[in-house]
Design a protein around this ligand. Structure first.
Ligand code: ADP
Length: 397
């Protein structure tokens, strides 16, 4: 039996991830994904206690997929809360909130900052309100953890009226993940919660790093949108803003085409002309593919450079934390990055790194600056926020 089940929904433009947690044990009892929503190939896959299962859901959109999720939940018992990942909370949300009409209006108000993401998140929220009118729902924002940035870290050096009138500024993303792994690092490394400095690197398909001082984000690499900062799977990260005019003039591209190129055809995929997937690139590099090798080198160089820049916001550096699919699994990437940072006292222990860390996740040689691998648990963080906000007196066992 699942006790106090909480459903987590991560609703994207054409996909929807879902998980259910037993809040008494912290166990994930169901996890699934609906992909290619709205197309004839729409497919849902999920795993509960048994083997992984699939079901074709042709032409179903978010509503249809969530009705399927609803039917899977019969065995789970009565949901006590639903947590939604919401990408952009702008300056309106600096923490998770119970969803009511004012919150929905607030999320709509941020939609111009995340035109692909926020409307998709709202589709998920509205569908769940229709299916579960009496279950409390909570929004957990990717941007919220970075609302602690100071103006010197979040302002772009462009006319200030653009911030005042349009809220153009750096927001940062992946906040749930940075917050989770930073908390875990403090716990595992027995750091003082009131006196520590960390750099967290979330390296998945999207990549960002953050500087965290005493539990608060003080700088991060993503900006107004998730395009800024590190090299990612298909996103370029930082480029010279002059590139847009050059490409428009030379190639006759529209702004929308350039933005699409920087978001979907760049990063590891663009550099390697092979794949956005670090696993594929590592294998190709090992078998002598020069473009794949260089793509990984650019990725590591730019990450090391940004780690150096983030360190400038911290009075001390207790540890560098790697997380996300690449951060947790790609030992050669971690090794290359640490090798580029001797100035900060890092030295990789190859054996520990190849086994993804010791009992606390450490991959550094003894006596050198701590580097640690900590698997992220974004869905768990969302479930936990949803449960704590709606059941403030209940503790998780
Ligand atoms: P998302 O951002 O979509 O949640 P993930 O956090 O799952 O993505 O990260 C996906 C990335 O992690 C891909 O580049 C993938 O190749 C990489 N990855 C996963 N496992 C490994 C592995 N064993 N070795 C190298 N890279 C890996």
């Amino acid at each position: 039996m699942v006790r106090s089940p909480v459903l987590v929904i991560n609703s994207g433009s054409s996909s929807l991830k879902f998980s259910v947690f037993d809040m008494h044990t912290g166990r994930e009892v169901l996890a699934g994904l609906a992909e290619r929503l709205g197309s004839p190939e729409a497919l849902m896959s999920w795993q509960g206690e048994g083997a992984k299962q699939h079901r074709a859901i042709p032409d179903q959109g978010h509503d249809g997929a969530l009705r399927e999720v609803h039917s899977l939940l019969d065995d789970v018992g009565t949901l006590v809360a639903i947590g939604h990942r919401v990408v952009h909370g702008g300056e309106a949300f600096s923490g998770s909130v119970v969803i009511d009409e004012a919150v929905i209006e607030g999320i709509e108000g941020c939609a111009s900052l995340a035109p692909l993401h926020n409307p998709a998140n709202l589709l998920g929220i509205r569908a769940m309100q229709r299916l579960y009118p009496s279950v409390p729902q909570v929004a957990v924002f990717d941007t919220a953890f970075h609302q602690s940035l100071a103006p010197e870290a979040y302002l772009y050096a462009i006319p200030i009226r653009l911030y005042r009138e349009q809220r153009v500024r750096r927001y940062g993303f992946h906040g749930t993940s940075h917050q989770y792994v930073a908390g875990e690092a403090v716990h595992r490394l027995e750091l003082d919660p009131q006196d520590h400095g960390l750099i967290t690197a979330h390296l998945g398909n999207g990549c960002s790093a953050a500087a965290i001082h005493n539990g608060r984000s003080v700088d991060t690499t993503m900006g107004m949108t998730p395009l800024e900062g590190l090299v990612m799977g298909t996103r370029s990260g930082d480029v010279d803003p002059g590139l847009h005019e050059f490409l428009a003039e030379k190639l006759g591209l529209t702004l929308a085409e350039i933005t699409a190129m920087l978001n979907r055809e760049s990063g590891l995929l663009g550099l390697s002309a092979l794949s956005n997937d670090m696993r594929t690139l590592t294998e190709a590099a090992q078998s002598g593919n020069g473009d794949a090798q260089r793509a990984i080198e650019v990725f590591c160089f730019r990450l090391a450079r940004q780690i150096g820049a983030l360190a400038a916001s911290l009075p001390r550096l207790d540890a560098l934390v790697f997380t996300g699919g690449i951060g947790e699994n790609a030992a050669p990437v971690r090794e290359q990055v640490l090798k580029r940072l001797p100035l900060f006292g890092f030295e990789c222990d190859t054996a520990l790194n190849n086994q993804h860390g010791d009992d606390r996740g450490r991959i550094n040689a003894p006596g050198t600056t701590t580097a640690v691998v900590i698997p992220t648990r974004e869905e768990w963080m969302i479930a936990n926020d949803a449960f704590q906000l709606t059941h403030p007196s209940s503790g998780v066992e």
